[in-house]
Design a binder for this molecule. Structure first.
Ligand code: SF4
Ligand code: SF4
Length: 216
């Protein structure tokens, strides 16, 4: 999932300073899943803003903000409602969802979150980055473990040789991911994959902005 982190509430209030009537929109997908921008947080932020003199014209959290244009009523009508009743929208959706909101309304859209990474929730409230969406996936050759996102040097033919007792030299709080890759390949009887050099990544597939067009 795309992970986001709620900005400090005083920072959000600062960003909204030029406006009086604010409509708060959360997102039940990534933001909601990582408990930093779903309905609960939308109400929490709205409560804080109200205490600090803003008028809250609405609080909604659709099923998926990045697919808002494709949702049916009444979720799709949230934007019309927000636009007609507010000076600005505060979005707690990820960067993509917030931009989509901004494309569909004529009032200012302020973000209340920082979009972080594509990750997994390993334990309750604990998220790890697992993928940087590099567009040229190599994990079939690395035991299903991504060295691009999970090695601080993004080495696809690691390890770098700096690991100490199996811990990463850049961040000793994490294991060297290449130790994990080796151990996983060993358990799969596929250590021979390590003898092969993974070719340099095709960074042409990593030029922004990227697109995905589905074939019929
Ligand atoms: S190699 Fe890693 S960063 Fe690239 S697509 Fe695969 S999982 Fe994502
Ligand atoms: S110690 Fe391992 S995880 Fe850390 S930078 Fe080197 S190869 Fe990457």
């Amino acid at each position: 999932m795309v992970t986001v982190k709620l900005k400090p509430l005083f920072e959000i209030a600062q960003l909204l300073k030029p406006y009086t009537r604010v409509f708060v929109i959360g997102c039940q997908l990534g933001s909601g899943r990582c408990k930093n921008g779903g309905l609960r947080e939308a109400f929490k932020v709205a409560g804080y803003l109200e205490l600090h003199g803003f008028k809250i014209s609405g609080v909604k959290s659709p099923g998926g903000t990045c697919i808002l244009e494709r949702l049916s009523s009444p979720e799709r009508d949230i934007l019309k409602e927000a636009e007609s009743s507010s000076d600005a929208i505060l979005s707690l959706a990820c960067g993509a969802g917030t931009q989509l909101i901004a494309e569909n309304v004529s009032i200012p859209v302020i973000t209340g979150v920082n979009t972080l990474f594509i990750g997994v929730e390993r334990e309750r409230k604990y998220f790890d980055e697992y993928c940087v969406a590099c567009g040229d996936c190599v994990i079939s050759e690395t035991g299903g473990i991504c060295p691009v996102a999970r090695c601080p040097k993004s080495l696809i033919n690691g390890p770098c040789g700096g690991a100490i007792a199996g811990k990463c030299e850049v961040d000793p709080s994490i294991p060297c991911i290449w130790y994990k890759i080796e151990s996983r390949l060993d358990s799969l009887n596929s250590l021979s994959l390590l003898e092969r050099k993974v070719p340099p990544k095709d960074y042409r597939s990593w030029v922004y902005p990227r697109r995905l067009v589905l074939e019929e």
